[in-house]
Design a protein around this ligand. Structure first.
Ligand SMILES: [Zn+2]
Length: 236
């Protein structure tokens, strides 16, 4: 009996399963239509895209570029209170839905390519602290970086930078406190060389930009040519 079930081609089992239990939108739980994945068209349409002429984008760009830290900034969406993006991000970070991260990365990768920033450089995800990595079992920024790589074709180095100090959650901190919180939190992997390299630094949501800047400072201090900050979303 078991052997009979196992002899059915796997793709046929998948088609049958989708007919009985159609995959659901990860944001609103509506059944997905053929050709849709991760989120339905309605939810995707409700997520606001970043326009480089928006004040929110320009403000983030200025904050990230303070002291010449970040050379450019690419972001795909705004992270807003009622956006379906909130639920998708939650399922990625706390539900371990890693395909959502890879899809985020693909969308971000398209933006990076449109901005003319996808031709060179190494993709580096912002690292989680090892203890948080153990707690969650995966790193959401590394998933996003993989998605960026599938579009741009650039390599990922997920171990170039590491967190050497545990930092408190940033959510309740103001600008100055966040900057202090992440000071000295990152270090280059021992014996790694970044001399002359362009780095595409990847994060999920940029708020004040202090984490991105702290990471970029380490890279530039070690001789990187330039750092391009890339984020799935800007908090607004
Ligand atoms: Zn939906």
């Amino acid at each position: 009996m078991v052997a009979g079930v196992l002899s059915v081609p796997r793709f046929l089992l998948g088609i049958c399963a989708d007919a009985v239990f159609p995959p659901l939108c990860n944001a609103c739980n509506a059944p997905l239509l053929p050709g849709e994945s991760i989120a339905c068209q309605a939810c995707r349409g409700a997520i606001v895209s970043v326009d480089e002429w928006d004040d929110a984008y320009r403000d983030a760009l200025v904050r990230l570029g303070l002291e010449g830290t970040v050379a450019d900034f690419v972001a795909a969406w705004y992270f807003e209170r009622d956006s379906p993006l909130r639920e998708l991000m939650h399922r990625l970070k706390y539900g371990g839905m890693t395909p959502i991260g890879v899809e985020f990365g693909r969308v971000l990768g398209e933006r990076i390519r449109e901005a003319g920033r996808g031709e060179s450089g190494v993709i580096v995800p912002l690292p989680l602290h090892p203890s948080r990595m153990r707690e969650r079992g995966f790193d959401q920024c590394a998933c996003i970086a993989r998605g960026v790589s599938t579009v741009t074709g650039r390599p990922v180095d997920a171990r170039l930078i590491r967190r050497v100090r545990f930092t408190a959650s940033q959510t309740t901190l103001g600008h100055g406190e966040r900057r202090e919180n992440v000071r000295g939190a990152f270090a280059l992997r021992p014996h790694a060389s970044v001399a002359g390299m362009t780095i595409l630094l990847v994060d999920d949501v940029v708020t004040t930009g202090s984490t991105m800047r702290a990471c970029a400072s380490v890279l530039l201090g070690a001789g990187a040519r330039s750092v391009i900050a890339c984020a799935v979303a800007i908090a607004r």
